[in-house]
Every structure is written in C-alpha cells, then in structure tokens.
Design a protein around this ligand. Structure first.
Ligand code: UTP
Length: 227
C-alpha cells in the first residue's frame, strides 16, 4: 500500500525526547520492511505555538507567523529523518512535487509545511491526493473524531466511522465553535472528500497504532469515501 502518515508535532516531539521520535521512526521503518510505500508529514506542535505566540506579541504578521510555523515543522521533520533507518529524503521536502519525486525514488518522503495559510493536516491530504495514496493516517493528540471538542464538551462522543461528507460536516461544526480544536482541519476534510481518500484519525501517542491501522485494525475514526 502507499501510505501517507501525518504526525502531529505534539505527538512526535512533545518534549523533544529522542525515544518518542525513535518510536515513530520504528513504525515507519516497519511499514517499509513490510513492503509499503511511506511518506510522513510532520507538524509543529507546542514548539511552533510558542514561537508563534512570541512573534505575535512582537507584532509579526499572520503570514510571517505561518512562515515561522513552517520552519518549526521542518525542524521536526529533520528529527524524524535523523531517526529513520530506511532510506529517506535527506532534507525535508519543501514541496509536494519534491515529496512525490522522493516516493518515486523508493525513499520515505518526509515533509513539514509548505506555504502559509493552512496546516500540515492539509499538506498531508494534498500529498495523499497527489500520490494517489491508498491510506492517509492522522496520528493526532486525540483518539479520533468526536461529535464536539472532547476537551471542552464532556458529552462528546467518538465516531468509529464517518463518510467523507459527514467528516466535512462534523469538522465545520467543531471549527465554528469558538476556541475549539478540530482533530483535522476543514481544508484537509474537503480534500479527503473531493478525492475519495481513505483516512483514519487516531491517537498518535502510541505509534504502533499507526501500523495497526495500516494492517486494517484501526483504533480511531475511519473515514470512507462517499458512496
Ligand atoms: P501544524 O500543522 O503543526 O499546525 O503547523 P496545527 O495543526 O495548528 O498544530 P498541531 O496539529 O497541534 O501540531 C504549525 C503552524 O505552521 C503554519 C501554521 O501557522 C500552523 O499553525 N503552517 C504549517 C503553514 O502556514 N503552512 C503549512 O503548510 C504548515
């Protein structure tokens, strides 16, 4: 299978601990050893948020805050590359074209963000679309897609399965609620919908769950293409 794994920065390197990065790299190496084609898109996490907060206080524009966030995603991508045993992109791919070329060379393609205006959720969905991936895995800090933000609403329930159209509706309603944090952003959901991608949203704090999802035993929310 061709698999794109989106790894949130807060899941890959919450405290910049080598062990956690290694655990994610081990899972990706294991997928390669099983014969899968693998690409990883890495987020910025708490480190990106801290840089962005400080730069916002200093008066930086939203564009420049995004650029700062992209830089941090690429730093995290470098950590993952350092930990991978499989042949990987030597430098984080800065464009989807570069990531696709890397996949075609048989490497693990690793990238962070690309351009201001979106997040790595959308970067991963676009890469899955471009590379015609069989599966897109979102390894996030929450165990799936909920009916509301579980950190804000104790009555939030997890969906085991959603159609892509339902995912768009659920994410729209979560993003409309002030201060809430959707597990996947709306642009990513719309790309998943338009291209009929198969996706899984799961808790990435236990990296082996990513391999379980690829093996067809996902513990999270499975998104299936619309009929
Ligand atoms: P993330 O993808 O980590 O953002 O990118 P996030 O989803 O808010 O954070 P997680 O899921 O908790 O890790 C960090 C920031 O980098 C910028 C955005 O400002 C984003 O919030 N960014 C990232 C871009 O502008 N473009 C990109 O392609 C990627």
């Amino acid at each position: 299978m061709r698999v794109i794994v989106s790894i949130g920065g807060s899941v890959l390197a919450p405290d910049l601990e080598a062990d956690r990065v290694e655990a994610h790299a081990d899972v990706l190496d294991g997928l390669v050893a099983e014969g899968h084609e693998v690409a990883a898109v890495v987020g910025g996490g708490g480190v990106a948020r801290r840089y962005i907060g400080t730069a916002r206080d200093l008066g930086a524009t939203e564009y420049d805050l995004d650029a700062l966030g992209i830089d941090v995603t690429r730093l995290n991508a470098r950590l993952l590359i350092a930990a991978l045993d499989s042949s990987a992109t030597p430098e984080p791919a800065e464009s989807h074209e570069a990531a696709r070329a890397s996949l075609r060379r048989g490497e693990v393609a690793v990238m962070g963000g690309t351009i201001p205006g979106h997040t790595t959720d959308a970067v991963a969905a676009l890469l899955a679309e471009m590379a015609e991936a069989d599966l897109l895995v979102y390894a996030t800090s929450v165990p799936g897609v909920f009916s509301a933000d579980p950190n804000v609403d104790s009555g939030a329930e997890r969906y085991d399965e959603l159609s892509a159209g339902e995912l768009v509706d659920v994410i729209s309603s979560i993003e409309t609620a002030a201060g809430s944090n959707a597990p996947v952003d709306l642009l990513a959901a719309k790309i998943i919908e338009r291209s009929g991608l198969r996706a899984v949203v799961l808790d990435g704090s236990e990296p082996p769950r990513i391999a379980d999802a690829v093996a067809g035993d996902a513990d999270g929310t499975e998104v299936r293409p619309d009929e």
